[in-house]
Design a protein around this ligand. Structure first.
Ligand SMILES: [Mg+2]
Length: 322
């Protein structure tokens, strides 16, 4: 099948800078992809790598792609491309094939309520006490994700203690360390929090490669892998606990879609700050997760992205706004 390919670059600044133990993120840039087949069916994709090396690799490949190409040729090349590029083309092809999207069985599904993303720049305690009150009044479950590994251990222990005093009994708290702890430090946190029912998991407490340490910790407390899964995708098949899945960074989304359709347990869908085109996938996958055996709030980072047409759920508007 003949495909017509169009590309467009985009960039945007986040509403606030995300600080993690691995560095700062305040802008995103990448490419939007529009693919049209012989039957005028359209598929949309987004390529948004977070590291400069991958941006350069994607750029090299994208400048070589011709505007008319056979579908089979893309499918064959795709598996050798960087993960973010595999997402972009895999997403567009899935839409053309009606595996997802408005011509598919379910249409685009909308995401359930997201977890709130907090980092050290927020006035955390004030913000949480407001959210706790609001959610309690509505009798809804509040899920919070706190970035840690940024301040001294002592300061962060105090912050978490204060948060736990504020959080209603049905809330959930995730601590995201982004690989910033030592084993003994992580073990001390795990021992302290292991009987805390509101602690949903500790996310990536140790560096990506320390699978042995992460396994040991997972015997004490639920451990979610995030960066380790990008670094070593084989873990997707072997890690039995929670997996934070960031579709735009992990490769061809048709694989994750299949996992969720098949009701695989302990997947959590997380944003990597996408435009409206990538966002449709995040929302759809999060909705499927929510229908599965272990529903949990997705990480959509509400309030972090600007409110312009670049974030519209209509791909034509996103395309125009880029
Ligand atoms: Mg994380």
């Amino acid at each position: 099948m003949n495909l017509k390919i169009k590309l467009k670059t985009f960039s945007f600044a986040l509403n606030k800078t995300l600080t993690t133990s691995q560095g700062k993120l305040n802008e995103k840039k990448g490419w939007l992809i529009k693919i049209e087949d012989d039957n005028n069916r359209i598929g949309w994709g987004e390529v948004a790598p977070v590291n400069n090396e991958e941006i350069a690799q994607c750029e090299t490949i994208l400048t070589r792609i011709t505007s008319h190409i056979q579908k089979q040729e893309i499918e064959q090349k795709l598996i050798y491309w960087p993960k973010s590029l595999r997402f972009g083309f895999g997403a567009a092809l899935a839409e053309i094939d009606c595996i997802i999207g408005s011509d598919s069985k379910d249409g685009w599904l909308k995401a359930p309520k997201s977890a709130f993303l907090l980092d050290s720049q927020d006035s955390i305690i004030e913000q949480v006490s407001y959210l706790a009150g609001e959610f309690q009044a509505k009798n809804e479950i509040l899920t919070l994700k706190l970035k840690v590994g940024l301040k001294s251990n002592n300061q962060e222990e105090k912050i978490v203690e204060k948060l736990l005093k504020l959080l209603p009994s049905n809330s959930r708290l995730r601590l995201d360390v982004n690989g910033g702890w030592e084993f003994n430090q992580a073990k001390a946190w795990a021992s302290k929090l292991k009987d805390e029912p509101r602690l949903e998991w500790i996310e990536q407490p140790l560096p990506t490669e320390d699978i042995d340490g992460l396994m040991k910790l997972s015997k004490l407390i639920p451990i979610a892998l995030d960066e380790s899964l990008i670094h070593n995708p084989d873990l997707i098949k072997t890690w039995k606990g929670w997996q934070v899945r960031r579709p735009l960074l992990e490769g061809d989304p048709r694989l994750l879609l299949e996992e969720l359709v098949n009701g695989t347990k302990f997947r959590m869908i997380s944003t990597s700050f996408e435009t409206g085109i990538g966002r449709r996938w995040i929302e759809h996958l999060a909705a499927l997760q929510n229908k599965g055996p272990t529903p949990t709030a997705p990480g959509l980072a509400p309030g972090w992205s600007p409110k312009t047409n670049l974030f519209s759920s209509k791909p034509e508007l996103v395309w125009k706004a880029a």
